[in-house]
Design a binder for this molecule. Structure first.
Ligand code: SF4
Length: 473
């Protein structure tokens, strides 16, 4: 059973040390920057006025969230008019209960699932497993992870932490025979195995990349075609989405399709874009007999009214992970939550509590590569700083040492004589040490910093002294 555990700060540090020392993980991650990361940049570079398109996507998200309730009501009306049903879930437990009840009401014992981070967020597989319902992941990456009892480490490439050799070993164990370390042959094995699962499943569960309010259309974007089979072969289709996934008009969709594919994989468009509008109607040849949409809140309405509402603009493309120097070195599992990388460092504390995840806002160098890569230009570094402020201001998580140092610094900055004295002392003590000196590594409070990098020695001469000398000639 996959287990998601909350991490303490020291556990995060231990997990990062472990990730950095894991040669296999480092090999798997080394492909990331050269593949997904650079493809994203090339794809946007080839698109005329890509910045304007990203601004447009951002503006649509912003305007939609301002009238979210209204758009959700329109979406519900549209889906009801097309024979579907809409369910609202306040939190993970509520969503799992609703989905479990729907599966049981349909007499379902087997569920096929298409990749969905929202169902990861609510730990749906575990909840359905506890009700005796068999769940089969059908996205190739997710299928590998289900067999290996591991959790996803990336938003769009869930098994990116594995090499093809790892995958061959995992699937060979499951198949009971040796499979070659060859990606097409491994994919062929999974395809063959999963066909039988699709054919015998009662219920298909998917996420939703977007939901168009005016038409009641659920949009699924994928590169494998498993989403299409998930929604068309079983009798019942349940789509699960965060409430922020709604967009008002069908005319808004091309804007998002263009930026999502480019940001996620560097494609102009993903290979499959499925538009599902309600249940199968009389005369239609395929589609599920029943369609249900589960709209998840799970803290989103609280975030909507707060200073970090921009996090709800996220379209889960994974571009910020590919661009992030921290993610590219430690991978996704070290973050501890369902969402990894820069946006995960914002989302997990928001959904799961900042006190439970105090390490995540610090898991960033604040270099800004995430914001530059983001197709909706989310200001991730700013949000991480806001979360750090909240941690600092909370007596339960604020560092007393840090408060003391910054308190003294603030006092010195307000009193010119104290500032002069402090800089005079610094230049005559640590300023005399050379960069890289072992003494600099032993200064109290800087051990975490100097364990892996230099602590810059202050200049041996203050600017004001240098300036005075210059003036004297
Ligand atoms: S924050 Fe931006 S770049 Fe990161 S996953 Fe979300 S949309 Fe993509």
């Amino acid at each position: 059973m996959i287990d998601y555990t909350r991490q303490e700060h020291h556990e995060f540090l231990a997990a990062t040390d472990e990730a950095l020392a894991n040669a296999n993980l480092q090999l798997a991650l080394s492909r990331l920057g050269d593949t997904l990361g650079s493809r994203n940049r090339e794809a946007f570079a080839q698109l005329r006025e890509s910045s304007l398109l990203r601004e447009r996507a951002r503006a649509i998200k912003d305007a939609t969230l301002l009238r979210l309730e209204e758009h959700l009501a329109t979406l519900e009306r549209s889906i009801l008019a097309r024979g579907g049903q809409v369910h609202y879930a306040a939190d993970s437990a509520d969503a799992c209960r609703i989905i479990g009840d729907l599966v049981e009401a349909a007499g379902g014992r087997k569920v096929v699932k298409s990749k969905s981070m929202t169902t990861e967020e609510i730990h749906l597989n575990r909840a359905l497993g506890e009700r005796g319902i068999d769940v089969v992941e059908t996205d190739f990456g997710e299928y590998i992870l289900q067999v290996a009892e591991q959790r996803p480490s990336h938003l769009v490439a869930p098994a990116v932490h594995l090499t093809v050799g790892n995958v061959a070993e995992i699937l060979s164990n499951s198949a009971g025979r040796a499979l070659p370390a060859d990606a097409p042959q491994l994919a062929a094995y999974a395809r063959e195995t999963l066909r039988a699962e699709f054919a015998s499943a009662d219920v298909g569960i998917t996420g939703a990349n977007f939901a168009v309010a005016e038409t009641g259309t659920i949009v699924l974007v994928s590169n494998e075609g498993n989403a299409r089979l998930t929604v068309s072969l079983p009798r019942v289709h349940i789509a699960v989405m965060g409430m922020e996934k709604v967009i008002p008009r069908l005319a808004d969709l091309p804007v998002f399709l263009k930026v999502l594919a480019r940001a996620a994989t560097g494609q102009k468009l993903s290979i499959y874009t499925s538009l599902i509008t309600g249940a199968r109607r009389a005369g239609e040849l395929d589609g599920a007999e029943q369609f249900h949409l589960v709209v998840l809140d799970n803290g989103r309405s609280r975030i909507l009214g707060g200073p970090l509402r921009e996090s709800l603009f996220c379209i889960r493309c994974g571009a910020c992970l590919n661009a992030c120097p921290v993610y590219r070195n430690i991978g996704g599992h070290a973050y501890g939550g369902v969402y990894a990388g820069p946006i995960g460092a914002v989302l997990t504390p928001l959904y799961d509590g900042l006190q439970a995840n105090p390490h995540l806002p610090h898991a960033s160098s604040l270099c800004g590569a995430c914001q530059a890569a983001c197709p909706v230009k989310i200001a991730i570094p700013e949000m991480l700083i806001k979360l750090r402020e909240q941690l600092h201001d909370d007596p339960a998580t604020g560092s007393k040492f840090e408060a003391l140092v910054y308190g003294l610094w603030a006092r010195a900055m307000r009193r010119p004589w104290a500032y002069r004295l402090a800089t005079w002392l610094a230049t005559r003590t640590v300023g005399r040490l050379k960069r890289g000196s072992p003494w600099l590594r032993r200064l109290p409070g800087v051990g975490g910093w100097t364990a892996a990098r230099d602590f810059p020695a202050p200049a041996a001469q203050r600017f004001r002294d240098w300036w005075r000398e210059e003036q004297r000639g």
